[in-house]
Design a protein. Structure first.
Length: 539
């Protein structure tokens, strides 16, 4: 699929465009610490002080490496790309100061062109200071890139409009523009998740450095959400440069504190990531690691992750795009615009975390802290009570569990998904003690977060004892289930006079053959009647 797309792209730009070239800078770098650099050691990048067996540094760190730059790069724009440094970076080229960057959550990119000498070995030096308590090093991609200097793509912003069947492209160009009026922009579009998908191509005239394009779709648009993570690949060629990425056809908004995707409300069932680091000392920058993490979350019925106080690397968004998993980075101040600019094309980028919103727009999301309990049964009851209370309430848009590690270590996915899933049967269980003289009457509701209405479905129920023997059971009439919380399905009414007391029972409610939830309750003996009082005893 990708090969087909690249063949089309190659045919389009053959004879004119020069493919971007990259020099991989991963590997050993000379290393020093202090106000001035005296290189007597080395480290391997990407990596941290921990992965390189170094002690935590309180002084400025220096990384240096000699790089041969090809002579044919002499007419190129050359940049240094550091995907994820742990602090402020300052770059020198051949001992000449180039500049500094301090963005904590987005790549540091330096234009080396004015100081670089193609055709010879160049000395690249990176100095860095890291905040106390932070991992120290550079993770992710470390590379030198070339672009055509005459005319190159500086920035691309995609604005999908799924119900109009177009994607708007804001294209910012930089470089020599003496032949802009005779040049064109070529745009290619293809489904990224369908083998042998058709490639749609369009050509647009250039009339300036800032170009706004409207790219139509030839066929019905495949939407992106957690249930249908359809992706498109887009390539943009202009002059001798090109840009390629993937995106999803999705419109997102907040409506009455509720996130809405492609016209339907979504209900958030999330986990919180507070920057827990991997054994390497820094957040993973490879897609497979994040795929494993998000698959585990989805297996437990969650559909989003909030990154408390930080933004994850590009690999996290790429993995979430593929799986249909929502991400909520949480940054503040100047970083908000930068994070949106760098990661905003990813459909999994649902919104910024709650800390970034004013009170009037902040989604109401219930935080569920760790249970702090020693018995697994008690833990499960704690989480079940908290989450079902959330699902039965209509004043909040979702919940987030603070300690996913605790959930994974104590419960199986099947246990957890009974009350944490896109469809959950629920009952309004009475709190009073029940006796054989009572009739169990419980209203039945359904939490439906499947992205649309469900066709009529029959609910079955049964009561079992501690030996799992069925004592009573029945069915409710089939009923369609609209999208939303507290969708009423009927009422279960069961006389308990045939059940001996005392004993613990379980009420199980099923929807179809795969969806079930259950609740334990006690049958206590009926109280003994008070003895009658004789008249003479009152005198």
């Amino acid at each position: 699929m990708r090969r087909l797309f690249l063949i089309w792209l190659t045919a389009l730009i053959a004879g004119t465009a020069t493919a971007q070239q990259v020099i991989d800078l991963t590997g050993p770098w000379d290393f020093a610490v202090g106000d001035t650099a005296v290189y007597k050691d080395f480290v391997v990048l990407p990596g941290s002080m921990e992965t390189n067996g170094k002690a935590e540094q309180t002084e400025r760190m220096w990384f240096q490496r000699g790089i041969y730059v090809p002579l044919d790069w002499r007419e190129s724009r050359v940049t240094l790309f550091l995907e994820s440094p742990s602090g402020e970076t300052t770059v020198y080229v051949n001992d000449g100061l180039l500049g500094s960057r301090e963005e904590p959550f987005t790549p540091h990119i330096f234009d080396l062109t004015r100081l670089l000498v193609p055709g010879q070995r160049n000395l690249i030096t990176v100095s860095m200071t890291s905040p106390k308590g932070c991992w120290q090093g550079i993770s992710g991609r470390v590379e030198m890139r070339s672009q055509p200097r005459d005319l190159y793509i500086e920035r691309v912003k995609l604005n999908p409009h799924p119900f109009m069947g177009v994607v708007n492209i804001d294209l910012q160009l930089t470089g020599r523009i003496n032949y802009l009026n005779s040049d064109v922009v070529a745009v290619l579009l293809q489904r990224a998740d369908v083998d042998s998908a058709t490639v749609v191509s369009r050509y647009f005239s250039l009339d300036g450095r800032q170009v706004n394009l409207v790219m139509p779709f030839e066929k019905e648009v495949a939407l992106w959400d957690e249930f249908h993570p359809h992706l498109y690949r887009i390539a943009i060629a202009v002059g001798d440069d090109y840009f390629e990425t993937t995106f999803g056809m999705q419109e997102t908004m907040l409506l009455n504190h509720m996130p809405v995707i492609n016209g339907h409300e979504i209900f958030l069932r999330g986990v919180v990531n507070e920057g827990q680091l991997s054994p390497t000392g820094f957040a993973a920058t490879d897609v497979e690691a994040w795929l494993e993490t998000f698959r585990a979350c989805k297996n437990y019925g969650f559909n989003n992750m909030r990154f408390k106080g930080y933004c994850p690397p590009e690999a996290a968004f790429t993995a979430a795009d593929k799986l249909g998993f929502y991400l909520l980075p949480e940054v503040q101040g100047d970083e908000v615009a930068r994070v949106i600019d760098v990661f905003g094309q990813h459909p999994s980028f649902l919104m910024m975390g709650p800390a970034c919103y004013p009170d009037s727009l902040r989604p109401v999301i219930q935080e569920i802290p760790s249970s702090k309990l020693d018995n697994d049964s008690s833990r499960l009851c704690y989480y079940k009570h908290q989450i079902e209370g959330n699902l039965l309430g209509d004043s909040v848009s979702g919940f987030e569990v603070q300690d996913f590690a605790e959930v994974r270590s104590h419960f199986t996915p099947n246990e957890w998904r009974q009350f944490c899933s896109s469809v959950v049967p629920l009952v309004h269980f009475p709190h009073a003690k029940l006796t054989p003289a009572d009739t169990l009457c419980v209203p039945v509701a359904v939490y439906n977060a499947m992205g649309g209405d469900l066709r009529p479905i029959r609910a079955s129920y049964y009561i079992t004892d501690e030996k799992r023997q069925v004592l009573l059971g029945g069915q409710l009439p089939p009923k369609g289930i609209p999208l939303g919380k507290q969708m009423e399905l009927g009422t279960i009414c069961v006389p308990l006079d045939s059940i001996a007391a005392p004993q613990k029972l379980t009420l199980t409610l099923t929807l179809g053959s795969r969806i079930a939830n259950s609740w334990e309750f006690m049958i206590s003996p009926a109280p003994e009647p008070s003895p009658a009082i004789k008249p003479e005893e009152t005198m």
